[in-house]
Design a protein around this ligand. Sequence first.
Ligand SMILES: [Zn+2]
Length: 333
Amino acid sequence: MPEGHSVHRIARQIAQNFVGRPVSASSPQGRFAEGAALIDGREAIESRAVGKQMFLAFDGDLWLRVHLGLYGAWDFSGEIVSDPTIAASNGRMGQTNQRGTPEEAILDAAGENSLTSIGAPRRARGRVRMSEQTTDINETDDLSQWPPPVRGQVRLRLLTERTCADLRGPTACVIQTPDEVAQSLAKLGPDPLVDDARDGEERFVARVRRTVTPIGLLLMDQSVVSGIGNVYRAELLFRARLNPHTPGREVSEETVREIWRDWSRLLLIGVETGQMMTRDGLTAKERRSAMARREHRHWVYGRAGLPCRVCGTSVVMEEAAGRKLYWCPSCQA
Ligand SMILES: [Zn+2]
């Protein structure tokens, strides 16, 4: 499931390539034919992400709301302009890393990097899939065909003169009025990249500390805080050395505030690098290795039965609200 960082990256990619241009919309698969017809030919005005949902405004006060869910993905093809805030990540990250040196562009063999996350802003011709990760698609397509041939079940195709975005398998893909968008947004908890930092923190603290629901479930509740998924949940709890079963109201206010601030930091790193990099305190060499290989990137996520990186205790995996939760019973006692 794409976590908040992926959706913010997608919203920025859409902004770069579609906003300010007339967009042809269609539903090759047919399931979104009516919705696509409503926005077909209109100019895209604004693209934004809140948590795991993306909102794209078209002239005439129509909004497209997309939630990718577990299986959704956007495939971009044609000329793809990278978002400068993503492309500039090497320099920006360099200001905050431990050694004060610019971050190198690091290629992940598993394909988390792509032309969207490497180097300077640029325009490239190619195909990129954006879902939980960003992946270059190296199919032997004839890129000279325009528009590109439809492959598989495409719910929605957005097309400009030079860029094509195909949406597959979303959980939600609907057209909304501004009022309906407001209702959708009202259901969502604060997002560090959307809300004012102080307001967001206060809302989060108030929600967490008034309930007996375990913190491990609260972090996944999109009405409490937006954008956290399974990976970030496990990692935030470990970083706070917090037992996932602790009722929200029993977590100290200081700890709740620190979780919000930590989420804000991790989300920004995720948006800029395209990777859920949740470890810190690494040497430059270790960091390179972690950026290149997912299994080195996390403290506890995906490490059931393996020794905790801090204390050596076996990392535990249990089901929580239908999703796998990883934690160290010693560090997070
Ligand atoms: Zn431990």
